[in-house]
Design a protein around this ligand. Structure first.
Ligand code: DQA
Length: 164
């Protein structure tokens, strides 16, 4: 099963930008930690970062039929992008929204997330650890979705057997 991790604008600057808010860890190190957790749990994982809204929309659309779960930090687009929200809603793949900082403790314009209503859950304010917490929740849900899907397939098979 595959998780796609999507990182929005300026997250490529982690380790340089506002360390008092986002910490000193670099994005590649966060991804390395996530990769290790994925390998331990036998999940596939892919990473994508873009500073462009349309590229993020495209990457979400590409998840259709390919990924079983999405972890997204849309960064500043969280507070502005109906296009990203619509893309998540369109693909119907379990998605967790992550923010390193607690957006509710910050400026008023960061309190609103256009993304949250179409996500399964949100992890905020836990710094870089939030990404691994999101993975743990998402992997659990992905197992449950897969078990349900298998049960449906088996149920269909049993029905065919009875019909025969
Ligand atoms: C952020 C919070 C956003 O408000 C901000 O624009 C970011 C990072 C976070 O992870 O805390 O770029 O998404």
């Amino acid at each position: 099963m595959k998780i796609v991790v999507i990182q929005g604008p300026n997250l490529n600057m982690l380790g340089i930008r506002e360390q008092n808010i986002y910490g000193s860890i670099k994005l590649e190190d966060i991804h390395e930690q996530m990769k290790q957790l994925a390998v331990q749990n036998e999940f596939e994982i892919e990473f994508f970062q873009s500073n462009l809204e349309g590229e993020i929309v495209d990457r979400i659309q590409e998840c259709l039929g390919d990924a079983n779960g999405i972890i997204i930090n849309p960064a500043a687009y969280t507070h502005t992008s109906i296009a990203i929200r619509d893309a998540i809603s369109a693909v119907q793949i379990p998605t967790i929204e992550v923010h390193l900082s607690n957006i509710h403790q910050r400026e008023e314009f960061r309190h609103k997330s256009f993304i949250a209503p179409v996500c399964l859950g949100q992890i905020i304010g836990m710094g870089a650890n939030g990404y691994r917490l999101a993975m743990m929740g998402l992997m659990q849900v992905m197992h449950e979705v897969e078990a349900f899907r298998q049960a449906q397939i088996n149920g269909q098979k049993d029905k065919v057997e009875v019909d025969k």
